[in-house]
Design a binder for this molecule. Sequence first.
Ligand SMILES: NC(=O)c1ccc[n+]([C@@H]2O[C@H](COP(=O)([O-])OP(=O)(O)OC[C@H]3O[C@@H](n4cnc5c(N)ncnc54)[C@H](OP(=O)(O)O)[C@@H]3O)[C@@H](O)[C@H]2O)c1
Length: 288
Amino acid sequence: MPTLQDCVQLNCGVQMPLLGLGTYHLHGDELRCSVDAALAAGYRAFDTAAVYGNEPDLGRALRELLPRHGLTRADVFVISKLDPADHGARALDGCLRSVERLGCGAVDLFLLHWPGTAGLDPADPRNAADRTLSWTALEDLHRGGTFRAIGVSNYTPPHLRQLLSACRVPPAVLQTECHPALCQTELRRACGEAGVALQAYSSLGKGTLLRERQVGALARECGRTPAQVLLRWAVQQGVAVLPRSREPRRVRENARVFDFELSAQDMTRLGALDCGRRFCKRDPSCVV
Ligand SMILES: NC(=O)c1ccc[n+]([C@@H]2O[C@H](COP(=O)([O-])OP(=O)(O)OC[C@H]3O[C@@H](n4cnc5c(N)ncnc54)[C@H](OP(=O)(O)O)[C@@H]3O)[C@@H](O)[C@H]2O)c1
């Protein structure tokens, strides 16, 4: 049975916590309050991105709150991502700007946020050339110790195959939308075969999956909340999660997913919801 302290062993030797706090749309005091509740509840990973515009807020919150929780920078795992507008020749500068904005030393995991370049048509072949160039910037910063682990986000199986055939350092993590309505079976198989850890985002379907009838019914049967059932579905399969909430009470609730188990039948019932539904509007499979 996985525990709150459990980590995923990455292919570069680094350990990544199974549970992390998502921070999309959280800024200033609201972000600080969620981070405070998360640290108290045992979260040890925090996910941000250049495009969220809150890297300075997260860095500041961690610098202020870690000592109050008796923790140091080494106790937490910070994740950020390259702005898709910085793909290609601008990638190195984009990465270094993130490091500076966070202000917390080496970043534990840095991801290419999206397989396409902002402003390019998804069918434009320059997308592939740009992301290859961006990956070399991540490899260089990984070799120099600025990024402890590197990975990608929103890559589909073809994007992953292309990267694996060209890289010097394979991605350690692939962060993607994944929940019972979008099980990502093919992508998970491809990641498993390549030794890439899958990290799920929008595990709660941005809140919408919490109102799914089947999820509610299962939650009542288990004596748990719909959010806990959805997060448990992932962590029980070794898939890392990043639930986000601005409510400290919900931040705590989302961490209590390590003290119960879903039966094989429950897992099958949830898996039956798989219908390719995305709650993030953009579908990366159209990016060449
Ligand atoms: N790599 C990427 O492209 C990408 C894309 C999307 C997300 N992400 C990352 O993944 C994180 C999570 O995904 P997400 O932000 O899309 O959404 P999510 O975690 O699936 O859902 C967040 C929504 O659920 C609500 N919520 C959270 N816990 C709840 C609970 N226990 N009960 C009821 N409602 C609850 C929140 O509302 P309240 O705040 O009001 O509680 C919020 O509206 C992001 O914050 C980000 O860090 C990455």
